[in-house]
Design a protein around this ligand. Structure first.
Ligand code: NAD
Length: 328
């Protein structure tokens, strides 16, 4: 099996590359990543030397650079590459359209042209918009994205569908809730708060802190993608989520407690424009059809994650100083 992983130097992508290299040592893995600020080759130190693994620095929208790779032939393409931070999408929506929409379309086109057997688009529950106090997102929930980030991901999802319907490209889309775990770039809630708490800096919490997210340990997401690659039904969308709804404030308090830091570090700041109130996933389809169940209860996963960042302060430090940026 030859796998093309895009965005494999980012948070989830690098966890997936490590997971796949462990689970399938005979698979050939090509990792294409542009190494934006979010791409970090430090994440891949353990797989870098494996003969079945190769890294190529490229933009997923750069057809000229990608075509020779596709000519080598891939069985499966898993597209993790994206601009992924909602706040950045509010400041720079054009970049999100370029990478998330046009980049995905370039990959779809090359996959069609060179006979890729399965294209897996790693999407997000944010494409469904926001929920009130009740209810869950199912795969049938209408798309109602509220941020430029989620709108660009929804646009990509629709192109994936169109390539399946129009050209018969075999595809799947996964829509996952918020991930947490090792190697997450410290602009996202959990590593940001851990880093700031460790330096006794104020922890900025948006609005009243009561926005709810459904948290999933990244390895559980990797296992879901593994199942979709091998057993997903052609053309299907699979929601992935952990049934772990927590308010942002709850998450931040857990981090402070675990690190023995005072709650007085919490600093409420003006809310993000268009901030979705609640996300929650109905993951019964992937459980029923592919037998996926999350293995990390939130209370255990969050503690392990905090411990990982404590053990890997050097990883965080290299990001803070910019040393992690290398020419790939
Ligand atoms: P990330 O920001 O940590 O990593 C993104 C990676 O993509 C980086 O390595 C970056 O260098 C690379 N990249 C960006 N633009 C590129 C381009 N034009 N060409 C090639 N590479 C490029 O993101 P993440 O949190 O690991 O998310 C990965 C995927 O999963 C994204 O598609 C995201 O929408 C989706 N997702 C994330 C979450 C989450 O909680 N983090 C939840 C659901 C879905």
């Amino acid at each position: 099996m030859r796998l093309l992983i895009t965005g494999g130097a980012g948070f989830i992508g690098s966890n997936f590359v490590q997971y796949a290299a462990r689970a399938y040592p005979k698979y050939e893995i090509v990792n294409v990543d542009l190494l934006t600020y979010a791409g970090n080759l430090d994440n891949l130190a353990e797989v870098e030397k494996l003969p079945a693994y190769r890294f190529v620095r490229a933009d997923i929208g750069d057809r000229g650079k990608l075509e020779p790779l596709f000519q080598e032939g891939f069985d499966v393409v898993v597209n993790f590459a994206a601009e992924s931070h909602v706040d950045r999408s509010i400041a720079q929506p054009d970049l999100f359209v370029r990478t998330n929409v046009l980049g995905t379309q370039t990959l779809l086109e090359l996959s069609k042209q060179y006979g890729v057997k399965r294209f897996v688009q790693v999407s997000t529950d944010e494409v469904y918009g926001t929920l009130g106090d009740e209810g869950l997102f199912t795969e049938e929930t209408p798309l109602a994205p509220n941020s430029p980030y989620s709108a660009s991901k929804a646009g990509a999802d629709l192109l994936v569908r169109a390539y399946s319907e129009t050209y018969g490209l075999p595809v799947n889309i996964t829509r996952c809730s918020n991930n947490y775990g090792p190697y997450q770039f410290p602009e996202k809630l959990i590593p940001l708060m851990i880093g700031r708490a460790l330096s006794d800096k104020p922890l900025p919490v948006y609005g009243d802190g009561l926005n709810v997210r459904d948290w999933l340990y990244v390895e559980d997401h990797c296992r879901a993608i593994d199942l979709v690659i091998h057993y997903g039904r052609n053309g299907e969308i699979y929601n992935v989520g952990g049934n772990n709804e927590r308010t942002n404030l709850h998450v931040v308090r857990t981090i402070l407690k675990e690190l023995g830091k005072p709650e007085s570090l919490i600093s409420f700041v003006s809310d993000r424009p268009g901030h979705d109130r609640r996300y929650a996933i109905d993951a019964s389809k992937i459980r029923r059809e592919l037998g996926w169940t999350p293995q990390y209860p939130y209370e255990i996963g969050i503690k392990e994650t905090i411990q990982w960042y404590l053990r890997n302060e050097e990883w965080l430090r290299r990001i803070e100083t910019g040393e992690y940026r290398r020419d790939g």
